[in-house]
Ligand binder design. Structure first.
Ligand code: A2P
Length: 268
């Protein structure tokens, strides 16, 4: 497993397990248990996924030491004015006494700056290891950095070959913000792409593995998800091959600004 150092000086496993749309209780519990068993040590959840309880139980039952698992959760939109309360609720559901990474889930207009300031307080009191944001555009990041003290440790956004957000990635690199790629498999929508299929066969890998590898080689933290034990395992086996510069460039050129999830670009 490769790790990446965040600007908070904490290390995050570069490959994590996403849990969006994994239903509580059984599906989320079984998937996270399976991921931990297969070697994942980074689990990404959110209040609005309604599966923090199942994630917490799977982590607890795994008997893996708390400090060996990296847990991310997120502040939902309706909690921007009660961050402390929301943080406590997440801790309780996850059955832990700190979160590794707490994110503002979406750049809600008007409330996001004060929400960030409340998260800064939790961070300064050392009750959370790192804080960051999700679905922020360059504009949102610039505003945040001009009005607050702490530069986000990460910006978690949709990022895959069909949504290669190069300008945002360059901006994040320049400011020491790690980019975390959600829906790195294009939410399963473009696994039949011929360019990716050819590159995958050349490496005796699957298209999903090539997509994950491409994102890792861009320096991203990547959080694929699956509810299938075979695919959970497959998505973890991405550290034994490397894409060439030519392959990287050819995958970069697949970009078509295709979003499978939210579009935050119009949020003022
Ligand atoms: P499943 O849960 O049945 O495996 P993303 O992480 O980009 O949002 O993609 C998630 C989607 O991709 C899910 O529908 C998931 O379905 C599917 N998926 C996850 N891993 C693989 C894989 N290795 N091969 C094919 N489909 C996958």
């Amino acid at each position: 497993m490769e790790y990446k150092e965040l600007n908070s000086k904490n290390n995050i496993p570069a490959l994590g397990f996403g849990t969006w749309q994994l239903k509580p209780i059984k599906e989320a519990y079984n998937s996270v248990a399976s991921a931990l068993e297969k070697g994942y040590r980074h689990i990404d959840t959110a209040h609005i996924y309604f599966n923090e309880g199942s994630v917490g139980k799977a982590v607890q039952d795994s008997k893996i030491k708390r400090e060996d698992i990296f847990i991310t959760t997120k502040l939902w939109n309706w909690d921007h004015k009660k961050v402390e309360e929301a943080y406590q609720k997440s801790l309780k559901k996850l059955k832990v006494d700190y979160i590794d990474l707490y994110l503002i889930h979406f750049p809600v207009s008007k409330t996001r700056i004060d929400a960030w300031k409340a998260m800064e307080t939790i961070y300064k009191e050392k009750r959370v290891k790192s804080i960051g944001v999700s679905n922020f555009t360059i504009k949102h990041l610039e505003e945040l950095m001009s009005k607050t003290d702490i530069v986000p440790a990460v910006n978690q956004v949709e990022f895959h070959p069909f949504l290669y957000q190069k300008d945002l990635l360059d901006f994040c690199n320049k400011h020491g913000i790690a980019l975390e790629a959600y829906s790195p498999l294009s939410h399963g929508k473009r696994l039949d792409d011929h360019t990716l299929q050819d590159i995958a066969s050349a490496h005796k890998k699957t298209v999903a593995q090539v997509m994950i590898r491409w994102s890792l080689q861009h320096g991203n933290i990547v959080i694929p998800k699956s509810r299938n034990p075979g695919r959970i395992k497959q998505n973890f086996e991405v550290f034994d091959f490397e894409l060439s510069e030519i392959e990287m460039t050819s995958i970069n050129s697949l970009n078509e600004n295709y979003r499978t999830c939210w579009d935050p670009t119009d949020t003022v």
